[in-house]
Design a protein around this ligand. Structure first.
Ligand code: ADP
Ligand code: MG
Length: 698
């Protein structure tokens, strides 16, 4: 047995060894590890804790306090185990003491405890003590037998907590990771350029990985984590800067100008004056596009600032140049709205538009697809699926992406790969702080619209206590009589027995009961898009005056008569998101009202919400949101499955992002030096393939 181990680790160990070749891992464990995304030893090294449990302080029984997770080291008495006849659950319990006091411990369904724990054994317990009539109890604590002081080294201190899957015991997983750290970590090779490691004072990759799994202290963890977050940004930034350089050097795209007949017809048919900001953005776009270089521009502007018109102006100029324009929205509902606007403004100039959506019948769909391929349709509106489904264009020259924040950074390249190097305009209503957007969109130019079309009124925002809900109902009745309509936003779709969070289901019933004559509808993400469009259509037409929903309503939905938005449990959302939601009202001539409906919330949360009462500048709100998050701390660390980054967080790590952006520029500026960094380049290529951000080859 021991001989086998020696040969395995000294001769054949390779960082890419499948875990099944590792001693102690059979097919069953290998299958469970695979569920966690782990196939190789290297995957284990990059399988980071979900969070960390702080067990640095070991205390005495006399020092235990209610509500505080603690570690105590105790001697235990006799353990008695029995099976409950009623439930079949095995219960083991014992008394324990440490010289300062006694406590009782109880475990449920932990087989074999009776034989591991014998009277007089010293054990470290970790758990939440409960206090009842002067007795202290630990229920289901984690424990470790104390043989000597080093025996509990992995139990106390900062203890990693890994994502688990059923069938893999936590203790086993920790030990397994320990063995991988010992046998495989030394095989990992550094890939960041030495110059960067020195300049930024970074730990090398081996230390960084070790520190993620086995941090020695909070500052050590931060030092290690920051390197990994920084490097994610560095790869992204380098890729973006390279893309920009290459587009500038090799990219070709249609020349677009303001001189053509379609464009002039479009401009003269607009029913309103463009705002100075809108004009300015349009002229910047033509500066970019008049020379036949592909434009890459991010257009940021608060909800209702009039971004769509700008995108249609670009499409009109495209029609003059004989190219097609694809306009993409993140959802079908939004795509439909865009299409309505495109029809309204473009069709009368003679530009043919089409909407590609699910639910079209076969012949309709193939008719549209044929006309796109033959170039008769100049403007195609749809969701992201339009690219994935491989719709063929005769001459796709411009790609416009609306509500860009719903698409990932990584997806950007994929969108471009079809039309070679089309012009790209991305529009976003999520105002990210300038420093961050400049980095995250390092490959793009950025325009910001800060003013709104004239005649728009400020949205009045107020905090309302849940006890005032009757007054609120009356207000909605009055509002409806005056021609207004109400959105009512809840954090959940269905009721949840455990807590009292408002759900669409519950509110819908409640409003139906009290405001039935107004007509109540509901909309949420679990409905299919046809149902959603139907509800929205009824609301738009005024058949229903109140629409209860989740944040599916957050982005882009445009019903000019909507005048009131009620947001329940607003403390559960970020400020920027709340700002987005309130932007759904006050889009027509009627003033908008946003009511934040709160039930007993903490003062701190209320103060945060008051920022919304004080300003309606989305950028200031984004900055405030950003500052409130503060820098990362080990105790607050949670790895989110949804993030595009493994460790980095664009808001929390904005300082790292700025550094990475600076370093990426200097790396790319010295191409020769960059080519010599083989390991870095290999990783970068890998990274590029993953997200194919660089869609053109040099
Ligand atoms: P967003 O930036 O949120 O996409 P939209 O482009 O949807 O904003 O514009 C919101 C509404 O304002 C639309 O109904 C649009 O027709 C109208 N609009 C756009 N520009 C102007 C303008 N300059 N003057 C008046 N109304 C405008
Ligand atoms: Mg919009």
């Amino acid at each position: 047995m021991s001989e086998r181990t020696i040969t395995e680790s000294s001769v054949t160990a390779d960082i890419n060894d499948p875990v099944i070749n590792i001693r102690g891992i059979g097919p069953r464990r290998a299958a469970l590890l695979k569920k966690l995304g782990i196939r190789t030893a290297n995957d284990v090294l990059w399988f980071f804790p979900r969070r960390y449990a702080d067990r640095r302080e070991i205390c005495k029984i006399a020092e235990l306090r209610p509500g505080r997770n603690s570690v105590v080291i105790v001697k235990i008495g006799t353990v008695s185990c029995r099976r409950s006849f009623r439930t079949g659950i095995q219960v083991c319990s014992c008394e324990a003491e440490d010289g300062t006091g006694t406590l009782s411990v109880i475990w449920f369904n932990r087989k074999g405890l009776g034989s591991i724990l014998t009277e007089g054994t010293s054990v470290a317990l970790f758990g939440l003590p409960s206090f009842c009539e002067g007795r202290i109890e630990f229920s289901n604590p984690e424990f470790e037998i104390v043989k000597d002081a080093s025996g509990i080294a992995g139990f106390t201190g900062i203890v990693p907590v890994y994502p688990l899957t059923a069938g893999l015991p936590e203790r086993w997983l920790r030990k397994f990771i320990d063995s991988i750290l010992e046998n495989y970590l030394p095989l990992v090779k550094e890939y960041l350029p030495q110059s960067i490691i020195e300049k930024r004072g970074l730990p090398d990759i081996r230390e960084a990985l070790r520190g993620m799994h086995r941090p020695e202290s909070e500052s050590h963890w931060k030092y290690c984590r920051d390197r990994l977050a920084y490097e994610e940004f560095l790869f992204l930034q380098t890729a973006l800067v390279l893309r920009k350089e290459r587009l500038k050097r090799y990219g070709r795209a249609a020349r677009l100008t303001a001189e053509g007949p379609y464009f002039s017809a479009f401009m003269s048919s607009l029913p309103f004056e463009l705002t100075p900001s809108q004009r300015q953005v349009i002229s910047r776009i033509f500066e970019d596009t008049k020379n036949g270089h592909p434009m890459s521009r991010l257009l940021q502007g608060d909800v209702g600032s009039g971004k769509t018109v700008i995108s249609l102006a670009l499409a009109a100029a495209g029609a003059d140049a004989g190219i097609q324009t694809a306009i993409m929205a993140p959802t079908e509902v939004l795509a439909e709205q865009l299409y309505v606007q495109a029809q309204k403004f473009l069709s009368k100039t003679g530009i043919k538009c089409a909407l590609l959506k699910g639910g079209l019948n076969r012949s309709e769909k193939s008719r549209i697809i044929d006309s796109i391929r033959e170039g008769r349709i100049k403007v195609v509106v749809g969701t992201h699926a339009m690219i994935q489904d491989g719709v063929e264009f005769s001459r796709l020259g411009t790609v416009i992406i609306d509500e860009q924040q719903r698409f990932g950074v990584m997806q950007r390249g994929e969108m471009l790969s079809r039309g070679k190097t089309p012009h790209l305009l991305m529009m976003s209503a999520t105002p990210i702080p300038r420093t961050i957007s400049a980095c995250l969109f390092g490959d793009m130019d950025i325009s910001v619209i800060r003013e709104r079309p004239k005649g728009r009124q400020k949205i009045e925002t107020r905090l309302i206590d849940l006890t005032k809900i009757r007054d609120l109902l009356q207000f909605m009745i009055d509002e409806s009589a005056a021609g207004g309509r109400t959105y009512w936003i809840c954090p959940r779709v269905e009721e949840d027995g455990e807590n009292n969070i408002a759900s669409v289901e519950k509110r819908y019933k409640f409003l139906k009961k009290h405001l039935c004559p107004l007509g109540i509808g509901f909309i949420h993400g679990k409905m299919d898009s046809e149902q959603k469009s139907r509800e929205l259509e009824k609301f738009r037409a005024g058949e229903i005056k109140v629409l209860v929903g989740t944040t599916v309503l957050e982005v882009g939905v445009d019903v000019p008569e909507a005048s009131v938005v009620v947001i329940e449990s607003p403390e559960r959302y970020g400020l920027s998101q709340l700002h987005q939601i309130r932007g759904r009202v006050g889009r027509g001539s009627r003033r908008g009202v946003c009511l934040l409906l709160v039930d007993k919330i903490e003062e701190e949360a209320a103060d945060r919400l008051k920022i919304l009462l004080a300003t309606d500048d989305g950028f200031r709100i984004a900055e405030a949101d950003h500052l409130l998050r503060g820098p990362g701390k080990i105790s607050g660390y949670e790895q989110h499955g949804a993030s595009e980054f493994r460790t980095a967080d664009i808001y929390r790590d904005s300082v790292l992002l700025e550094r990475a952006s600076e370093d990426a520029r200097s790396l790319v500026s010295d191409e020769k030096a960059l080519l010599n960094e083989r390991a870095f380049k290999d990783k970068l290529d890998n990274y590029l393939n993953r997200g194919s951000i660089v869609s053109i080859k040099a």
